[in-house]
Design a protein. Sequence first.
Length: 307
Amino acid sequence: MKLFGGIESGGTKFVCMIGDGPDHLLKEERFPTTLPHETIDRVAGFFLPYAESGELAAVGIASFGPLDLNPESPTYGYITTTPKAGWSQVNLHGEIQRRLHVPVALDTDVNAAAFGEQYWIPENRFLDPFLYLTVGTGIGVGVIVNGSPLHGLIHAEAGHFALPHNWQKDPFPGVCPYHGDCLEGLASGVAMSKRWGQSPECLPDSHPAWDLESDYIAFALADLIYAYSPKRIILGGGVSQHPGFHQTVRRKVNQFMNGYVQSSLLSDRIDEYILPPALGHRSGGLGAIAMASLMQPAGEVLADQSH
Ligand SMILES: [Zn+2]
C-alpha cells in the first residue's frame, strides 16, 4: 500500500501526518519549531520508518514562507526572507528529500490548505478560481487557478494588502515589520493581541475588537473578490473561529461591495460562498498529502540523485 506524508511547517509548530487522505490517516504528530536542523531531524524521524520500509511514496510540505518556488532557481525550495530567527535561507525541500529519499512537493501553507480543501472536498472540486484566506497568527491567501496553486512571480502575498486605516477609530500602528499597518499588520492574531493586550480567544463577543476585525477581513475579502473573482472562498485560521465571525464578515462583504459585483451567490447565497474549512485545522497537512500523491513515482526523481 502506498502512503503519503504531509508536513505543515509553521512558525510555532510542525505537524506531520501520514496516510492517503482525510479518511485514512495512520499517524499524526506535532513538534515545536525550534532550530532548523533540530526540527528537521524530528520531522525526518517521524517518516523514516515508513521510508525505510518502502511504504512512503512521497512527501508534501505546506510551509510558512516566503518560499522560493521557482524550479529553475538554484535556491528552489528554500525559505527566503522570513523574520523567524534561524530560518532564513533554509533549504527545507532539499533537507527533507536528502533524508527520506522520496519525491517532495512544496508549497506555501495557505496554497496547500486551499489545494487540500479543493482536492478532498467533492463540492469544491470544480470551483475555480478557489481561494483560501487564513486569519491566525499571520494572514495568508492561497489561490487555486485551473486546478493548480497560483505561483507567478513568487506566490500570492495578499496578507500584505494595504487597507483603509482609520487612525481615529484605530490608532494602533500595526505589527508588520515591513509595512506596519498592512492587512496582516492590523488584523492578524498577533496584531489583535498587541492592540488589546489579550489574545483573540480571550476577547468576549461584545468587545469592540470583533467589529474592527470583521471590518478589516471583509475589506480584504472584497478586494480579493475584485482581484481574483473566485467561485468560492474558504475563511479559516484560529481568529476566524470566533462564534458568529463568518456571518458578520459575509454581511460586511456585501455592504462594502455595495452591489458592484453582480452575482446571486453574493446577494442571496453568500453563506454558500464564504465558508469555514471543511477539513478544519488539517487543510494544510491534507493539502500537502494531496500534493505528494500527485508526484511522479520515486524512481524517476531518484534517478538523477548521486549517491
Ligand atoms: Zn505587511
